[in-house]
Design a binder for this molecule. Structure first.
Ligand SMILES: Nc1nc2c(ncn2[C@@H]2O[C@H](COP(=O)(O)OP(=O)(O)OP(=O)(O)O)[C@@H](O)[C@H]2O)c(=O)[nH]1
Ligand SMILES: [Mg+2]
Length: 302
């Protein structure tokens, strides 16, 4: 179970949670961690004993639907009973072509989970709802979210990145209310095609400004304000840049402070010729129109 010194559970709930989890598991670096994988599908196979046996886990990564809160509430209660820290990703239904019952349930699920969880990473399907037949884009959206999760885990795993699970969880939650976080990511090749064929060609200089700007266009919450309470940036680059001190951390911080009041940076390496920036922007409930809208629907229905 412990391979890179990090033992964790991966729990996917509902067809969205399971699909995103499967996309994450396509990455070899994740499979190498040998996480314990539990999929709770709509057939409601409940695997209580399995969670309770995993007391040695450093943390659990739960990716779940929110439309139907029973399963996820039980999982969260069980994890909290076992004292396992939980990093939670919840899929918010789009407004379009969804029964209002599902939207209202999503609000109540978030409320119910507050008892056990104090930070939510939100994957908002409304973000892709403008596309024709947007359901067809789920696989691509899932892969995008998976790439964010993989890079966050890389930052948590890397001992030199100054980020670990406790620090991450505390940054994304507030003392007086849960934090609601959006994901965003942008990447670029650090070598052109010629660099692949001729491996001795050097990596290009990093264009961190462009990476940050592009990533800001891809927040996982619809209509999220461009200014958040806190932000964590995970920067993943080939070792060449880290070794030669070619990463301008101050520039990243300066740029991030345009979008967030407090910012944290974790730099780690990748074996691929890719530079990627993954951000977690943390908001309070009232700052997010999408959450206020769901609450409005829930209150109207009473
Ligand atoms: N992002 C994303 N959303 C999905 C995916 N599959 C379903 N959804 C949507 O996510 C929300 C959460 O629902 P889920 O319970 O995961 O999916 P579901 O279609 O209700 O399926 P079951 O409950 O498992 O029968 C719903 O609004 C679904 O339309 C997916 O692969 N990716
Ligand atoms: Mg469902």
């Amino acid at each position: 179970m412990v391979l890179n010194g990090m033992a964790y559970l991966f729990i996917g709930i509902g067809s969205s949670g399971t699909a995103i989890l499967n996309s994450v598991l396509e990455y070899k670096e994740i499979r190498r961690d040998k996480p314990i994988v539990i999929r709770l599908r709509s057939d409601k196979e409940w695997n209580k004993s399995r969670i309770s046996r995993e007391k040695g886990a450093d943390f659990a990564f739960v990716i779940s639907e929110l439309d139907d809160g029973d399963e996820v509430s039980r999982a969260a209660a069980m994890l909290s009973e076992c004292g396992i820290k939980t990093l939670f990703v919840g899929v918010l239904p789009a407004m379009r072509r969804q029964k209002s019952e599902n939207l209202i349930n999503a609000f109540y699920t978030l409320e119910k989970l507050k008892e056990y969880i104090n930070s939510f990473i939100i994957v908002d399907n409304q973000r892709i709802a403008h596309l024709p037949n947007f359901e067809r884009y789920y696989p691509r959206y899932n892969r995008y979210i998976a790439s964010c999760i993989v890079d966050i885990l890389a930052g948590v795993r890397d001992k030199t990145a100054a980020m670990n699970i406790d620090r991450l969880l505390s940054i994304i939650s507030f003392s007086d209310e849960p934090g609601y976080a959006a994901l965003s990511r942008a990447s670029e090749l650090t070598k052109g095609l010629a660099g692949y064929i001729l491996p001795f060609l050097r990596h290009k200089p990093l264009d961190l400004r462009t990476l940050i700007r592009v990533s800001m266009e891809k927040l996982s919450i619809a209509e999220a304000p461009l200014s958040s309470e806190r932000g964590i940036t995970f920067l993943r680059v080939p070792e060449y840049y880290v070794r030669g001190e070619r990463v301008d951390k101050e520039l990243v911080e300066e740029f991030m402070l345009m979008y967030t009041k407090e910012c944290y940076l974790a730099v780690c390496t990748t074996k691929r010729n890719i530079a990627a920036i993954t951000n977690l922007f943390v908001y309070r409930f009232e700052q997010l129109k999408r959450l206020r809208e769901l609450r409005g629907l829930a209150h109207e229905a009473i």
